[in-house]
Structure formats: C-alpha cells, structure tokens
Design a protein around this ligand. Structure first.
Ligand code: IMP
Ligand code: MG
Length: 187
C-alpha cells in the first residue's frame, strides 16, 4: 500500500483549502452512483463530453467510477476575457469527435460561473439532435449566474471567490493541485 502523499503546500497566492481531496473523492463517488442509477437502462453508451481544459480531472475521476457503458470525448471552448475573468462571448475551439445525434450526452464541466459556456453548449448539442443532453458540473457559483441554467449533477456550491486546483487554473497555474483552494483576490 502506497503511503499517503503529503499535500502540496499553499503558496502566497492561495488563501485557504476550500475542499480537500478526501471530500472531493466522496462527492465524486456519490455523483457517479447517481449517474449509474439514472442511466442504468441505456442501450447505447453514454457520451461524456469533457469541457477542456478545466474538467479533465473531474472527468477522469468520475468516469472510473461509472459502471454504465460510456465513451469519453472532449470539446474546447474559449471565452474572451482578460486574465482569469470570463466574459459572455463563447467560441468553439475544438469539437467532439463522436457523432452525437440520437445519443445520450452528459456534458462534464469544472464550474458553473456566469453560465455562458454551459448555455452555449446546451444549445449547441440540442441542435445536433442528441437524444438527451444533461450537465454535470463539479462546482457551482450561484452568486455569479447570468443565465438561467439547470444542473443535473453538481459537486459543491462555492461562494464568489476565484478557486484553483482539481483542474481549475489561474492563468494555467495550480491546475493539478489535488484539492480546491481559494485564491486571494488578484483577478
Ligand atoms: P462561465 O462563466 O459559466 O461560462 O464559466 C466559464 C469558465 O470560467 C469555467 O468553465 C472555468 O473554466 C472558468 N472559471 C470560472 N470561475 C472560475 C474559478 O473560480 N476558477 C477557475 N476557473 C473559473
Ligand atoms: Mg472551463
């Protein structure tokens, strides 16, 4: 049995650990169990669409806890904005490879902030005649919502602070921390 690794230390940018790795793991297991129940009768594999880059760690943990048949695919989106700030203008950078018409799709996202990204993706997939489109977001920042959007699966609700780790970054930093940390307000 491998010894538990000690946590990477907080740097001067990071104010506190908001969600530790063990808590994340428990919650991801709960979400996977729910997905396994909800899709237990599917006849064709569920298509998991990870939104790059932020969702890649959540997606990889989640998919390894799924017992329902599934396929992993990715999409890349860009939202114009300065620094870490995200704005309303959403653009498709890389499309999925799977043909999703007639398929059950589960969009896997790191965080619901303004909601612009997920609203765009939901519209985009619905126009391609997917059989169903649901959304799993690891985090939700309700204070920041600008569009009305329903999450089907959600990990944790957080306050309006910039968070990093578990796939989320600040200018590409801190993405691979095993926990969610709150940054000091620099953005
Ligand atoms: P939206 O505003 O809901 O479209 O959020 C778009 C994207 O902003 C998310 O997918 C994240 O990549 C990024 N984002 C929003 N809030 C945070 C945060 O606190 N930390 C890191 N990335 C964030
Ligand atoms: Mg993202």
């Amino acid at each position: 049995m491998a010894k538990a690794l000690s946590l990477p230390p907080l740097t001067e940018d990071l104010a506190q650990v908001l969600i530790d790795a063990a808590t994340i793991d428990r919650r991801v297991t709960e979400i996977a169990n729910q997905i396994n129940k909800d899709y237990k009768d599917i006849t064709e594999p569920l298509i998991l669409v990870g939104v790059l880059k932020g969702s890649f760690i959540f997606l990889s943990d989640l998919c390894r806890k799924l017992t329902v048949p599934h396929i992993v695919d990715f999409i890349a989106i860009s939202s114009y904005g300065k620094g870490g700030e995200v704005q309303g203008n959403v653009r498709l950078l890389m499309d999925v490879r799977e043909d999703i018409s007639g398929k059950d799709v589960l969009i896997v996202e790191d965080i619901l902030d303004s909601g612009n990204t997920l609203a765009y993706l939901q519209r985009n997939f619905s126009t391609r005649a997917a059989k169903s489109v649901k959304i799993a977001s690891f985090l939700d920042k309700p204070d920041r919502h600008k569009v009305d959007l329903k999450l089907d699966y959600m990990g944790f609700t957080i306050p309006d602070v910039w968070v990093v780790g578990y796939g989320l970054d600040y200018k590409e930093k801190y993405r691979t921390l095993p926990y969610i940390a709150e940054m000091y307000p620099v953005h």
